[in-house]
Design a protein around this ligand. Sequence first.
Ligand code: PAF
Length: 280
Amino acid sequence: MQIIHTVSELRAWSRTRRTGGRVVGLVPTMGALHAGHASLIRAARRERDAVAVSIFVNPTQFGPNEDFSRYPRTFDADCKLAEAEGADVIFAPTVDELYPTSTTTFVEVEGLSDRLDGASRPGHFRGVATVVSKLFIAAEPDRAYFGQKDAAQVAVLRRMTEDLRLGVEIVVCPIIRDPDGLALSSRNVYLSAEERTQALSLSRAIRRVETLFTNGVTDTAVLIAAADKLIQNENKIRIDYIALVDWSTLLPVETATPGTLFAIAAYVGATRLIDNTILL
Ligand code: PAF
């Protein structure tokens, strides 16, 4: 597995693969790789893509009071995991490589960027859309792999890819959970034992809403109240949002239907966690 640091090396790597008739798959990450990321790399491998994994903690998607400086950085372990899962190349640029000092160009997906996580993290999706478009322009992938856990991010990136006609297929892979139900996240390492136990109420709320919907409850007020009640029992949790939305517009719906996104964001202690399900 190669490790490269510049846009020109990544572009050359990708073009050589494509000239050789390969399909190029990109797995964009911020590192601190876990089994969720491993599943994305495996999905790309299964498609027989030539697989690039980018590792870049993107400063522009963090707000001033967020965890950019303490975000877990585990580069050596990440390289081992990526190699074991079959990545062909790691792209690990410096901040200057992706954001030359005079950078004034940003990508904003208007409307969508202000909904769900975008409402509580102003500028977050502008940073995500900007860095992912830079990665797409550099890697020229045929497919890019993202986890459903970041469902609002997926909606923003799908829209961006369509609007800019980037010609990249967005592949969304299922949420990977610990055996007790907690959705895997690089931020789970911040949780104390007690917080981790309380954080399980998020996946319990997801299951409760799935069950209610399967049993015919479609009124979103009722579904949200059920989830809210379950999570409110935990004294270390502060709910940011509980929402039922159309997955493509991220706008609230009054009646849940198959395909509706049920999403939760909550602070568990100081750690912001998200989880979701697509109702079936
Ligand atoms: O999902 C993430 O890890 C990040 O938001 C992404 C897509 C790698 C952009 O920095």
